[in-house]
Design a protein around this ligand. Structure first.
Ligand code: ZN
Length: 124
């Protein structure tokens, strides 16, 4: 995906996710600071940011918030500032959560991947 494929709306929500990520800049090392927003029909339904190493990642917190509100994330668009992790560390892999929900994932700025490219990576 090239940057020209991002709409002004994509850029707006990714900027917001980056803003969330910045809250964790001093508390997440050695983990990266990550922000995540979930949108349904262009309405923000949940958000999260990684707060501390060893604690839930931004994506997990956003999903938990949606669940807490009783909002379905099926078919949502997710903006995550870093490609969702796919390894088992202190917390379970976030990519599994998206995979099971079949969400679209936009990830900037380090890597830009869609869920389909993640799928290919997992199942190659
Ligand atoms: Zn993760």
């Amino acid at each position: 995906m090239s940057s020209s494929e991002f709409s002004p709306n994509d850029i707006k929500w990714m900027a917001y996710a980056i803003e969330l990520a910045r809250k964790g800049v001093y508390s997440t090392p050695p983990n990266p600071a990550v922000g995540c927003v979930i949108l349904q029909d262009n309405q923000l339904i949940a958000e999260g940011w990684h707060q501390k190493a060893g604690q839930p990642h931004a994506e997990r917190l956003a999903l938990a918030q949606a669940k807490e509100k009783g909002v379905s994330v099926e078919g949502s668009t997710v903006y995550v500032t870093l490609e969702p992790c796919s390894h088992h560390g202190k917390t379970p892999p976030c990519a599994d959560a998206w995979w099971s929900l079949r969400l679209a994932v936009s990830s900037l700025p380090r890597k830009t991947r869609t869920l389909s490219s993640l799928e290919m990576e997992f199942f190659d």
